[in-house]
Design a protein around this ligand. Structure first.
Ligand SMILES: Cc1ncc(COP(=O)(O)O)c(C=O)c1O
Length: 343
């Protein structure tokens, strides 16, 4: 149980449903979604498809399943999937692309971002010795780069090259709405070129569970089959979909607060002498420390939870349950750590 003193900036996945979201969940109309009979799930899927400008959408339990069911649909065993460095599908999904889709993941570009020329250079010749280069995945926002937005002009360049060479396109949009709010570019513009486009309800949007995969009706039929195979068919999932519908209505615009809080935290850390990555674009702050273990222990001892991202690097994530006063309190506690000579 997290005590009231704890400030948890490990991830935006740690939020608890608000009282109003819980009310919406309790009041949800439900049915058996494996039979396609859950009205709340159906409503959520229709709304997600409309938001992303696609024909259809499918509710799945997690961002991981959204990615893996999509990749299984877009590729065949033996294919190559091109991805940016540090892609979630490669690093944090338990080997899913290899185990579940049978694809090799080849990273291109730098720090999660790449352009059309880098896609082109990676494409194998159409010759029997080579694994076929089949698809490209784009992560937007990009987690391990610190929540950065994939620049739209670079994305257009990637899409043009991918299409020219017959590659499929997947969007890991776990935090797509952070990109939407940060840039003012609508979700359907970001999603438009992709065969499969996902977003998560359980990150900054503050719902407890769930992600959507959006695409053409025929593609979503295949993703639906993959979801079934992966064990992701849920029954009265409308309780969860109701949380998602509530989140889409009430928790999108407020992501701007998380972004402002991330900038506030970054500025405070800089004042305390930390090397902070350039101003946060969304809700993540990446910063350097000299003593990884010492900093981790000293912050934990003060009930401040921030995760290291490898040696000498920490990532703090702002969210619904960490409003501005908690950000200031977190900076106060980090100030105490620095005063002890730990940084
Ligand atoms: C970019 C990205 N994609 C996918 C996921 C997977 O989501 P889930 O934890 O719901 O499986 C995450 C989780 O943090 C993520 O950051």
């Amino acid at each position: 149980m997290v005590g009231v003193r704890v400030i948890d900036l490990r991830s935006d996945t740690v939020t608890r449903p608000t009282p109003a979201m819980r009310e919406a969940m309790a009041a949800a109309e439900v049915g058996d979604d494996v039979y396609g009979e859950d009205p709340s799930v159906n409503r959520l899927q229709e709304q997600a498809a409309a938001l992303l400008g696609k024909e259809a959408a499918l509710f799945v339990p997690s961002g991981t399943m959204a990615n893996q069911a999509s990749l299984r649909t877009l590729t065949r065993p033996g294919d190559i999937l091109l991805a940016g460095e540090g892609a979630h599908v490669l690093r944090y999904e338990s080997g899913g692309p290899a185990a579940l889709a049978g694809v090799h993941v080849q990273t291109i570009g730098r720090g999660g971002f790449f352009d059309g020329a880098e896609v082109k250079a990676a494409i194998h010749p159409d010759e029997s010795h080579f694994a076929p280069t089949r698809a490209v995945t784009v992560e937007n926002t990009h987690n391990t780069s610190g929540g950065r937005v994939f620049p739209l002009d670079r994305l257009k360049d990637v899409v043009a090259t991918a299409r020219e060479h017959g590659l499929s396109l997947h969007l890991d949009g776990a935090r797509l709405f952070n990109a939407v709010v940060a840039t003012g570019t609508p979700a359907r513009v970001w999603a438009e070129p992709f065969d499969t486009a996902t977003f998560c309800l359980s990150k900054g949007l503050g719902a407890p569970v769930g992600s959507l995969v959006c695409g053409d009706a025929s593609v979503i039929r295949s993703v639906h089959r993959a979801r079934k195979m992966l064990g992701g068919g849920m029954r009265q999932a409308g309780f969860l979909a109701a949380a998602g519908l509530y989140a889409l209505e009430h928790h999108v615009d407020r992501l701007a607060d998380d972004h402002a809080n991330a900038r506030r935290l970054a500025a405070g850390l800089e004042k305390l002498g930390f090397a902070v990555d350039p101003s946060p674009e969304t809700n993540m702050v990446m910063f350097g420390v000299e003593d990884t273990l010492g900093f981790l222990r000293a912050t934990r001892a003060r009930d401040l939870w921030i995760n290291p991202m490898g040696e000498g690097r920490f990532r703090a994530v702002t969210h619904l349950d960490a409003p501005e006063p908690q950000i200031d309190e977190a900076l106060g506690r980090i100030g105490e750590v620095v005063a002890q000579g730990i940084r």
